[in-house]
Design a protein around this ligand. Structure first.
Ligand code: ME8
Length: 641
């Protein structure tokens, strides 16, 4: 067991609020970090945000904000989402932090001075001309396009032609291949290792590390007219947060002496498994120990992406299933590492069967029996019988199996193992029927069965703690544990007899209240929805709303109403008049020509005596309001779905 463990998530783009793809990786990293802490390792869990580059710059411009304002606003959404999901990160890095910028400057300076094996400069100037997808923040080839669009973002790439600095990746490909082949840099699961070696075999071009025309970035220390390419700025977050260029002691401790694991999605494999180790080799910094690549999920069979706008707000899931419920549901849909589908309709069913029934009922049942039959006190067990021994062996042996799964980052398997123990405990209680023992007044046997049940529950609460920290913490309190003992460790999960006879248990409560299953299929809330879920609409209800793109033809203030504008809009089939409460944020002049989104099938209303036939869509954040705008290529009257 390594003494130190450092786990990282990708740092996420802050052009929008967090979505469940990012939550998925972050929850997985949190579960890993918590397991390693429970395993007695000193653990450093790093996450953060990727704040520079065209994507953020362009979004800020569209929203009428400076990039800094956009970052400062959205970073808070990430922090809030991680707080709601109980993410126990030790450090949150922002690429706009001065400490990070200093580390990037140092890394680039070292790379700039370096020469490759054949004496050539590692960084050299060159001309770049090609296509760039802002959604991916990467150069893209004609071959990768589908109908002229980036297949991931359904966006047309930009043609870019400029002077850039290049990184001589070709000088490091052989070395990176060797590191990966003999697992000094372990890329897993195995098929991702093969994929990386395959990419290396095909050969990769040197890549550009700077951008002349992107102004939102870190200036190159050796040519401040150019800014670092967003990936060259982002990847070093892993070392800047560990102390590179700032705190050599911390850097030594975590980066050089810890086991460093990067957890990423498969979309960013090439950057992490090839570009990043090559950059580190060029700067004479150790590569990480491991890159674990998980799969991508679709939601109800549909691909999810921020740019496509069909993403689910993790806040909505937390509202509905609680933070533990959300963590559990996301990690148990399909094996960690593979691709899968997340079906929101199955959530209620799974939550009810696994968490409300199997685990929740087990806890309340055992505690209720201790309260009813033993005056709320855990009593000393007498001679164990075979059935008790069998559950005891399964419980004390579970930690080792789970730890093995955790080492392999097979998180679903680890969770399934604990759930198996939960089910065995339910069967044990059912078979031993403490209620019958109480009736027969068989005190000795009753005490032994209840003690065995409580001890197993203690072990379950320790093994499930990394996944369900909130509820397992509560189970431990209810079992009468306090102080240090509340903090679960894998070591104690392998022991038996930890609960002291005489301990008073708490009053049973519903830990995972059952949820009502909706008759109609639900449409999950998107990030555009408010954080707080106040009303839910079914898919059928939602599809009744007719949303159209409309061009604003005329706009004027409504006399005597500071907040209202009267607009004449073209919805394709006709021109209409609507009244909208946007006058504090938008002047009539700037509204002309805007392509807004309007709900067209509402009953006409009269606002201040003026007829309004429709309602426009806008996002609101406090006093800030932003209209939902369609691209100019979309005709008026186009349906919004
Ligand atoms: O790529 N299924 O940030 P990002 C599973 N800033 N995971 C998903 C997912 C899905 N459908 N969608 C997204 C960036 N993810 C860069 C990273 S790191 C130095 C820079 C997760 O905000 C997955 O972890 O686009 C993926 O790798 C990550 O979100 C991409 O987040």
């Amino acid at each position: 067991m390594a003494a130190r463990f450092m786990v990282t998530t990708p740092i996420y783009y802050v052009n929008d609020k967090p979505h469940i793809g990012q939550a998925y990786t972050t929850i997985a990293a949190d579960v890993l970090a918590r397991f390693h802490r429970a395993g007695g390792e000193e653990t450093f869990f790093l996450t953060g945000t990727d704040e520079h580059g065209s994507k953020v710059e362009e979004t800020a411009k569209k929203q009428g904000k400076t990039p800094r304002e956009l970052c400062d606003m959205n970073v808070e959404h990430f922090k809030k989402a991680w707080k709601n999901l109980n993410i126990s990160y030790d450090y949150f890095v922002r690429t706009t932090d001065a400490r990070h910028q200093k580390a990037v400057e140092k890394l680039l300076s070292v790379m700039h001075k370096a020469t490759g094996g054949n004496g050539e400069k590692v960084i050299y100037p060159g001309e770049y001309s090609g296509l760039y997808c802002v959604g991916c923040e990467k150069f893209i080839t004609e071959k990768e396009l589908v109908d002229g669009l980036c297949p991931d973002h359904l966006q047309e790439p930009k043609r870019v032609s400029e002077k850039n600095y290049f990184f001589r990746l070709s000088s490091y490909l052989r070395q990176v291949g060797e590191l990966i082949r003999d697992d000094r840099l372990k890329v897993s699961p195995e098929e991702r290792k093969k994929e990386t070696l395959g990419l290396l075999k095909q050969g990769l071009d040197d890549f550009s590390i700077s951008r002349e025309k992107v102004s939102w970035g870190i200036p190159l220390p050796f040519d401040p007219k150019q800014n670092a390419y967003v990936w060259v700025d982002a990847l070093p977050n892993y070392i800047s947060a560990a102390g590179y260029g700032d705190d050599s002691e911390q850097f030594e401790k975590w980066w050089n002496q810890g086991e460093v694991v990067h957890l990423i999605g498969k979309d960013i494999l090439k950057f992490h498994a090839i570009f990043w180790p090559a950059m580190l080799l060029a700067a004479s910094v150790n590569p990480p120990n491991r890159i674990f690549v998980h799969g991508f999920f679709t939601i109800n069979g549909q691909k999810m992406s921020k740019t496509l706008g069909n993403v689910v707000d993790p806040g909505y899931l937390v509202q509905k299933y609680g933070s533990d419920g959300t963590r559990y549901l996301l990690l148990t849909q399909f094996p960690f590492g593979q691709d899968g589908d997340i079906q929101a309709d199955r959530f209620v069913e799974k939550y009810n069967s696994d968490l409300a029934n199997d685990l929740g009922n087990l806890v309340s049942r055992i505690l209720k029996m201790v309260c009813n039959y033993s005056q709320g006190e855990i009593r000393k067990p007498s001679a164990y019988q075979e059935s008790d021994e069998s559950l005891r062996n399964e419980a004390t042996g579970c930690a080792e199996i789970v730890w093995r799964n955790v080492q392999e980052i097979d998180l679903k398997q680890a969770i399934d193992q604990v759930m198996k123990l939960v089910r065995s405990t339910n069967r044990y209680v059912e078979n031993q029927a403490p209620w019958a023992l109480a009736k027969e007044n068989n005190k000795e046997r009753l005490d032994t069965v209840l003690y065995t049940s409580c001890e197993t529950l203690r072990i379950i609460s320790a093994l499930f703690y990394p996944v369900l920290p909130q509820r397992c913490g509560r189970i431990r309190e209810l079992l009468g544990l306090s102080g240090e003992a509340l903090n679960p460790t894998l070591e104690k999960a392998e022991e038996w007899g930890v609960l002291e006879p005489g301990t008073k248990v708490g009053t049973p409560e519903s830990l995972f209240p059952r949820l009502e299953k909706k008759a109609k299929r639900e449409k999950p809330k998107t990030v555009a929805a408010e954080d707080d879920v106040t009303a839910e609409v079914s898919f059928e209800e939602f599809s009744k709303i007719d949303l159209r793109v409309a061009e604003v033809k005329e706009a004027e203030k409504v006399k005597g109403a500071d907040k209202l504008l009267k607009l004449k809009i073209d919805i394709g089939s006709e021109e209409r008049q609507i009244v909208a409460g946007i006058a504090e944020q938008y002047s009539p002049e700037e509204m002309i020509g805007k392509r807004i989104v309007v709900v067209t099938n509402l009953r006409p209303a009269r606002i201040r005596g003026i007829e309004s036939k429709g309602m426009l869509l806008a996002a609101k954040d406090g006093k800030t309001l932003s209209l939902v705008i369609a691209d100019k290529d979309v005709k008026s009257g186009s349906e919004v779905s």
